[in-house]
Design a protein around this ligand. Structure first.
Ligand SMILES: Cc1cc2nc3c(=O)[nH]c(=O)nc-3n(C[C@H](O)[C@H](O)[C@H](O)COP(=O)(O)OP(=O)(O)OC[C@H]3O[C@@H](n4cnc5c(N)ncnc54)[C@H](O)[C@@H]3O)c2cc1C
Ligand code: FES
Length: 357
């Protein structure tokens, strides 16, 4: 094991020990400190922070869209890529006081494939069993990293269920991209009984304690953590007013429709608003049509007292955050997970905001 150093985070005053072989983000997660992050690959800038004291910091490879050289020279750092070689003090630019100390222990375990079914033409419902003695715990809305055996590659996927305690299972909703590494493996190779290394849980896309109305905006496989949070709402706070705007291209892209429509029985103040952006000629559809952001704008006028949760592909998340802000949602009450891709650098810099992943 390499040498360890103390990293102090300001303005929260939290100190952790970081092994030189670990990134600061990983060491924090292992010590239950939930720092803001997204891709964990140096591409999205969600973990960008500022070095207040100390300078002996090295970064694994990262995108200069996430950390331009000029910012690095000023002292900015990406916690998901940073290794420290002396004691340092880091100013967190984005953090969530409610979540920062609430981390569950990170576990490395094995998931055995229970099922791997198509739920649309390009979305799969993957169910993995975790070993009964693993006591694998997560908060609804969190995600794990799943490794592709033998490849050295891993991808992040959000759980769609709310706990592994009774079922011993983790459920995922995964979109398959034509040239995707994990997509190809999932669609063509992964069979029932196969084993996948899992690491987690990570992420702060979790339901905050509040009485505010809830607005969820999702697209594509961004369904997974929102379904998890909605399923948990049914147990935790069933009378809370909640609206879920879900964007898909055509009717063939919709999934978990029956469950979402039936949720109304458990959540009397829940409304599900699916919208099709490009309905096909034969689609029998009398629901909303248009981009999901246009549909949200049509239904919502004043979100000053709302908590908003947004999840899906980065462009959709960025457009939704902008719109929610225009409709009055406070920036520190907009929580989001961007499903950034690892295969190809995301060239869009992310601006920091108070309560995000
Ligand atoms: C915190 C987090 C949680 C996530 N949770 C989920 C989840 O629950 N379900 C899920 O399906 N995905 C989720 N993702 C995305 C997931 O980790 C992978 O990036 C995605 O599945 C693609 O992996 P791949 O190996 O198939 O494709 P890669 O080999 O990584 O990419 C190959 C090509 O696929 C295409 N591609 C990949 N991702 C996208 C995209 N988002 N939009 C457009 N084109 C793309 C691009 O052409 C890319 O060049 C999450 C990502 C993050 C960061
Ligand atoms: S989480 Fe560090 S750059 Fe994306």
């Amino acid at each position: 094991m390499a040498d360890k150093h103390t990293v102090r985070f300001e303005p929260v005053g939290i100190e952790i020990e970081v092994d030189e072989s670990q990134t600061v983000l990983r060491a924090a997660a292992e010590q239950g400190i939930m720092l803001m992050h997204g891709c964990k690959e140096g591409q999205c800038a969600a973990c960008k922070s500022f070095l207040l004291e100390g300078e002996d910091v090295e970064h694994d490879s990262y995108s200069t869209f996430a950390l331009p050289d000029s910012e690095k020279d000023e002292g900015f750092t990406l916690l998901c890529r940073a290794h420290v070689y002396e004691d340092v003090t880091i100013e967190l630019l984005n953090y969530d006081e409610e979540m920062i100390r609430s981390g569950l222990p990170i576990q490395n375990t094995i998931g055995t494939v229970v099922s791997n079914e198509s739920v649309t033409h390009d979305i799969r419902h993957l169910v993995l069993a975790v070993p009964p003695d693993a006591d694998f715990r997560f908060f609804p809305g969190q995600y794990v990293d799943i490794s592709i055996p033998g490849s050295g590659d891993s991808r992040s996927f959000s759980m769609a269920n709310i706990s592994a305690k009774e079922s011993g299972q983790l459920e995922f909703i995964i979109k398959c991209y034509p040239d995707g590494v994990f997509s190809g493996y999932l669609a063509n190779e992964l069979s029932v009984g196969d084993e996948l290394p899992i690491s987690g849980p990570f992420g702060v896309f979790t339901l905050r304690d509040s009485q505010s109305d809830l607005v969820f905006v999702g697209g594509g496989a961004g369904m997974a953590p929102i379904l998890s949070v909605l399923r948990s709402l049914a147990e935790r706070d069933p009378n809370r007013k909640a609206t879920y705007y879900y964007g898909a291209r055509g009717k063939r892209d919709l999934c978990f429709e029956d469950e979402l429509r039936a949720l109304k029985q458990e959540l009397p103040n829940f409304t599900y608003v699916p919208a099709l952006s490009e309905p096909a000629d034969g689609d029998d559809w009398d629901g909303e049509v248009g981009l999901i952001t246009d549909v949200v704008r049509k239904h919502e006028q004043d979100l000053r007292r709302a908590d908003a949760y947004v999840c899906g592909p980065p462009p959709m998340v960025e457009a939704a955050i902008e719109l929610l802000g225009e409709l009055g949602a406070p920036s520190n009450r907009i929580f989001y997970d961007k499903f950034t891709s690892t295969g190809e650098p995301d060239t869009t810099p992310v601006t920091g905001r108070a309560s995000t992943t």
